[in-house]
Design a protein around this ligand. Structure first.
Ligand code: PMP
Length: 394
C-alpha cells in the first residue's frame, strides 16, 4: 500500500549541512543551521541546565506520566517569563508541547478546529516551517509584506497595508522578537500600530517567540508579546525553550492561549489538552522540568540569565564587527543594517547566484535566501566573510 507515497525534496538547510560536512576546505564557514555556537564552534550545554540536570538526577524518583498539559509548574514559570504580569492569570490557558514547533502545530490545529476557513497571514518571508505546516494541515496562508530588500529593514507601510486585509476570523502570525529569517524587527511604536490594526480588523494575533533573550534582553524581547497580549481580546503564543535554554533536542515549548474571560480560558485549556491527547498524549517532560527548576531557583536563574547575556552579547559584538569590517572594505554604510538586526539571523540580501558563488569560491555556507547565522562567526572568520561579500559584489 505504501507505494503511493511520494519522495519529498530534501530540506534545503539539512542538505546544506551535508554539503558543509563534505567540503574538505579547512577554511569553510558554516552560517547555515539555526543553532547558537560559541567562538569555538560548539553549542554548549548551559551551566544552569547542567546543574539542574545534576540535581534532577539525584532527586527525581519517578518517571510516571505528567498531565496532558504537562507539569503546571512549567506553564506557570513560562507564562511568567513570557507574559510577566501583562495579562490576568485567570485568562491564560497553556499546554506544554514538543518544542516551539509543537506549539506552532497545536496552535494551527486549534485555529482550524475553531474556524476551518480561517486564513493565516504570514510575513514574507517567514520561518519555512510555518508555511509547510499550514499547507500540510490544508490551511490557507496569506503573505504580508515584511522585508524591504533595499533597506534590509521592515517594510512597515507594506506590512500595515497588507495586514489590514485580515478580517475577524483570520489570524495574523507575528514573530515576537528576532525575526527568522531576516533579523529585521518592528520597534515598539510600530508594534502599537500593528495592535491598532488588529483591534480595527478583529483578526486574532498569533505570536511565535522562539528567541526571547537573544535580541535586546529577556524583558525587552518579551515587550511586544506583552503589548499585544494585553491589548487584544484573544491571542495565541507559541514559545520555544530550544534556543534560550540551549535544550534543542529536549523538545521543550509552551502554547499559551489568552482568552476573553475565565470561562473561555477553561474551554481553551480543555481543548488544548484534547489536542495534545490526540497528537502525542503527554508532552516531553525532561526539558520542561529543567526550565522549571531554573526559573524557580534564584541562583540557577541568575546563572542562566548571566550566560544568556553572554550569548546575546557575543552575537551583538559579531554583528558590529561584521558591519564595521564591511564599512571599512566598502567605504560605505550600506551594511549598517547588520548591526541593527537582532537575534541569530540576518538576511544579507544577496541573490541565490551570489550565495552559490560565495560557497564555491570562499567556502561560506549560508542558506539560499542569503540568511546568515551570525553565531556561526568568530573574530577570525568575520574578515573572511566580509571580504567574500565584497568580492562577490553584494
Ligand atoms: N519558530 C521559529 C521562528 C523558529 O525559528 C524556531 C526554531 N528554528 C521555532 C519556532 C521552533 O523551534 P523548536 O521546535 O526547536 O523549539
Amino acid at each position: 500500500m505504501f507505494e503511493t507515497l511520494k519522495t519529498r525534496p530534501a530540506d534545503s538547510i539539512l542538505a546544506l549541512m551535508q554539503m558543509y560536512k563534505d567540503d574538505p576546505r579547512p577554511s569553510k564557514i558554516d552560517l547555515g543551521v539555526g543553532v547558537y555556537k560559541d567562538a569555538t564552534g560548539l553549542t554548549p550545554i548551559m551551566r544552569a541546565v547542567k546543574a539542574a540536570e545534576h540535581q534532577l538526577w539525584e532527586a527525581q524518583d519517578t518517571k510516571v506520566y505528567t498531565g496532558l498539559a504537562g507539569d503546571p509548574g512549567f506553564s506557570d514559570a513560562m507564562i511568567q517569563l513570557v507574559l510577566g504580569d501583562a495579562v490576568p492569570r485567570d485568562k491564560v490557558a497553556a499546554v506544554a508541547t514538543p518544542g516551539g514547533t509543537g506549539a506552532v502545530r497545536q496552535a494551527f490545529e486549534l485555529i482550524r478546529m475553531a474556524r476551518p476557513e480561517a486564513r493565516v497571514f504570514v510575513s514574507d518571508p517567514t520561518w519555512p516551517n510555518h508555511l509547510s505546516i499550514l499547507s500540510y494541515l490544508g490551511m490557507e496562508a496569506v503573505n504580508y509584506r515584511y522585508f524591504d530588500e533595499d533597506t534590509r529593514a521592515v517594510d512597515f507601510e507594506g506590512m500595515i497595508a497588507d495586514i489590514k486585509g485580515a478580517k475577524a476570523g483570520d489570524v495574523v502570525l507575528l514573530h515576537g522578537c528576532c525575526h527568522n529569517p531576516t533579523g529585521a524587527n518592528l520597534n515598539l511604536a510600530q508594534w502599537q500600530a500593528v495592535v491598532d490594526v488588529l483591534l480595527e480588523t478583529g483578526a486574532v494575533p498569533m505570536i511565535d517567540i522562539a528567541y526571547q533573550g537573544f535580541g535586546d534582553g529577556l524583558e525587552e524581547d518579551a515587550g511586544p508579546t506583552r503589548l499585544v497580549a494585553s491589548s487584544v481580546p484573544e491571542c495565541l503564543i507559541a514559545a520555544s525553550c530550544s534556543k534560550n535554554f540551549g535544550i534543542y533536542r529536549e523538545r521543550t515549548g509552551l502554547l499559551i492561549a489568552v482568552s476573553q474571560n475565565s470561562e473561555a480560558r477553561k474551554l481553551h485549556q480543555d481543548t488544548l489538552a484534547f489536542l495534545n491527547r490526540q497528537n502525542f498524549s503527554f508532552p516531553p517532560d525532561h526539558g520542561a522540568r529543567l526550565v522549571t527548576m531554573i526559573l524557580n531557583d534564584a541562583a540557577l536563574k541568575a546563572d542562566w540569565m548571566a550566560e544568556l547575556e553572554e550569548v546575546r552579547g557575543s552575537m551583538l559584538s559579531l554583528r558590529s564587527q561584521l558591519a564595521g569590517e564591511l564599512q571599512r572594505l566598502s567605504g560605505s554604510d550600506r551594511f549598517g543594517f547588520l548591526a541593527e538586526h537582532r537575534g541569530m539571523f540576518s538576511r544579507l540580501g544577496a541573490s541565490p547566484e551570489k550565495v552559490v558563488e560565495m560557497r564555491e569560491t570562499h567556502g561560506i555556507y549560508m542558506v539560499g535566501d542569503s540568511r546568515m547565522n551570525i553565531a556561526g562567526l568568530n573574530a577570525e572568520t568575520v574578515p573572511v566573510l566580509a571580504k567574500a561579500i565584497i568580492d562577490a559584489g553584494v
